[in-house]
Design a protein around this ligand. Structure first.
Ligand code: CP3
Length: 343
């Protein structure tokens, strides 16, 4: 039996104070993160150094007492484990060998072989199960197939996911094959995370908003539903959070259609709208605008209270609408938490 606040909210309980954590809570806005990353050498070395990845996961828990810790890793480690080379250009972001042809798709490694590369990620989780405070929930994660595919196809981040949309239009079989491949590998990856100690898993579909109409159904909703069904069959009762970012109207009914226990919403929808249209199906996570943690002051306090109030009538996990940015002030995070907890 659990008394962890996040797990209670994910089961549908309305709590007097919402549990709270933040996307990218282990990140560059924290001086202790920057120091540990420097010790590791670079970002990817940090991801694959289980001791140091566990250390940066714990840093925001020690500093702020968040209700959840999210595994420190990246959504691009899974495609890297399938074969394509991955690196990060300083100041620019990820770069990856592209997968756009039938031959390149066929050359991806078999799903079962991902564990060779990803073993350090599972070890990070095992360390965390020993070191986290007993009230803190451990969240594992992966990218949703569409979002991962956008990076595999373009070889980098893109504003409009143009290369992925182009492949979808010109060679639908290869595109759909890539989505299937990522889907099956993600099931194995998340299942191994659960075996290593993740109590909740979250699927990040950061670019879901650029899929429209039937494409959203086919490539955002259906792969997510397939992953969730497979994980729930293997791990009965496992709570799952889905984040189809910028889905807009497609947030409505997403929990039921995908099987997710909680839908995370971004800040392009208002908390009042999400409370009315999304929370009626269960737990919602979100959705304070991350820029308020840069600017701070009274708008931050009012914004945090507004989100808390809007979702107070149902199950809610307080979070940002997207990741905290490197220029955020660490003291503002404390002010946000105090505003939510009513201190
Ligand atoms: O939330 C957490 O604290 C857990 C760790 C985590 C990271 N990335 C660490 C990270 C998680 C859950 C992610 C998810 C992720 N990674 C997403 C989906 C969520 C989102 O933000 O939309 C995406 C698209 C990626 C891919 C990625 N990783 C990009 C595009 C970048 C470069 C942009 C940037 O912020 O620098 C990263 C790098 C990255 N991933 C950093 C961190 C802490 C910064 C790297 C650094 O320390 O230099």
């Amino acid at each position: 039996m659990t008394d962890k606040p996040i797990l209670r909210a994910l089961k549908g309980e309305t709590l007097p104070t919402p549990p709270i954590w933040m996307m990218r809570q282990a990140g560059r806005y924290l001086p202790e993160y920057r120091a540990t990353r420097a010790q590791a050498g670079d970002f990817l070395s940090l991801c694959y150094n289980s001791e140091l990845a566990a250390e940066v996961t714990l840093q925001p828990i020690r500093r702020y007492g968040f209700d959840a810790a999210i595994l420190f890793a990246d959504i691009l480690l899974l495609p890297q484990a399938l074969g394509p080379k991955l690196w990060f250009e300083t100041g620019e972001g990820p770069r990856m060998e592209t997968t756009t042809t039938p031959a390149e798709l066929a050359a991806l490694r078999p799903d079962e072989e991902i564990h060779e590369t990803l073993a350090p990620v599972y070890e990070t989780l095992r360390i965390l199960t020993r070191e986290l405070p007993r009230e803190t929930t451990l969240i594992g994660f992966a990218g949703a197939p569409w979002t991962v595919a956008t990076y595999m196809i373009a070889g980098r981040g893109t504003k409009d996911q143009g290369p992925a949309h182009a492949l979808k239009a010109t060679d639908r079989a290869t595109f759909a094959g890539l989505i299937d491949k990522i889907t099956s590998a993600t099931i194995l990856y998340l299942s191994a995370q659960v075996q290593a100690g993740a109590e909740v898993v979250k699927l990040f579909d950061s670019w879901a908003g650029s899929l429209k109409g039937q494409d959203f159904t086919d490539f955002a909703l259906k792969p997510t539903a397939r992953i969730i069904a497979a994980l729930k069959a293997k791990h009965p009762g496992l709570p799952i959070i889905a984040f189809p970012r910028e889905a807009g109207d497609r947030y409505i009914g997403f929990a039921r259609a995908s099987g997710a226990d909680c839908v995370a919403v971004d800040n392009s929808v208002s908390p009042e709208w999400a409370a009315e249209n999304v929370q009626k199906d269960g737990c919602v996570q979100g959705n304070l605008a991350p820029d308020l943690l840069v600017s701070g002051g009274e708008p931050l306090v009012q914004g945090a209270r507004r989100v808390t109030r809007a979702f107070a009538g149902g199950p809610h996990i307080f979070n940002l609408g997207h990741g905290i940015t490197p220029d955020a002030d660490p003291d503002n995070v404390k002010r946000m938490i105090d505003a939510v907890r009513g201190a």
